[in-house]
Design a protein around this ligand. Structure first.
Ligand SMILES: C[S@@+](CC[C@H](N)C(=O)[O-])C[C@H]1O[C@@H](n2cnc3c(N)ncnc32)[C@H](O)[C@@H]1O
Length: 195
């Protein structure tokens, strides 16, 4: 499904980074950053240009080919890994930062992934996340078609119990990130690290 969506010359989420990441990237310690469900690579390339060592994981090989192309055009290197986040081994105490921008998964997959994030991030590492909330369903401006794949404050607090959040906001904002995320949206934004 994602390979088909990405099978176009257009970057469907744009080539510019996500707004929340652009405004808060400096919360991420310099070092190794893992970007979950990174698709066409706009956020990975943004961080690589700032000197971060970047790994982008996604289930879509077509998306990641576009990510590699975007990196090349921008004169930076990124590592890409084509994998299903249901099974992907994030490692132990490995990442200075983990970035999750619009990574919407079925609840059982998400819960297990979030548990692995807690083990994979370094003690001083930072998680930066933006996703759509269930309220997004009525906006119809992007995101998955079902509430169960959306993210909320409560979900983050329950499924990332070992994190403390310095930033945790449920807001409505104008999202203009490519043709597929376009218009007023209900989002959750979070920045946190291990307690
Ligand atoms: C809305 S796009 C976001 C892409 C990127 N983070 C961005 O902001 O431009 C969602 C991404 O999740 C990826 N994805 C969906 N299910 C996945 C899974 N089980 N494992 C890995 N990636 C997945 C898709 O391939 C797609 O690239």
């Amino acid at each position: 499904m994602w390979d088909e969506k990405y099978d176009t010359d257009e970057y469907i989420y744009g080539k510019s980074p996500n707004d929340f990441l652009r405004n808060h990237y400096d919360s991420l310690p310099k070092g190794k950053i893992l970007l979950l469900a990174e698709g066409e690579g706009r956020n990975a390339v943004f961080l690589a240009k700032l000197g971060y060592t970047v790994t982008a994981v996604d289930i879509s090989s077509v998306g990641l080919e576009k990510a590699e192309k975007l990196a090349k055009t921008n004169g930076v290197m990124i590592e890409t890994i084509c994998a299903d986040l249901e099974e992907f081994d994030l490692g132990e105490c490995k990442w200075d930062g983990i970035v999750s921008i619009y990574c919407h998964l079925p609840p059982q997959v998400r819960k297990k992934l979030y548990a692995r994030i807690e083990r994979a991030i370094k003690p001083a590492g930072v998680l930066l996340l933006e996703g759509y909330r269930p309220e997004q369903l009525s906006y119809k401006t992007g995101g998955p078609p079902v509430a169960s794949m959306m993210i909320s404050k409560e979900i983050l607090l329950e499924e990332l119990p070992n994190f403390t959040f310095t930033h945790l906001q449920a807001i409505e904002r104008e999202v203009h990130e490519g043709s597929h995320h376009n218009g007023l949206g209900a989002v959750i934004q979070a920045i946190g690290s291990l307690k």
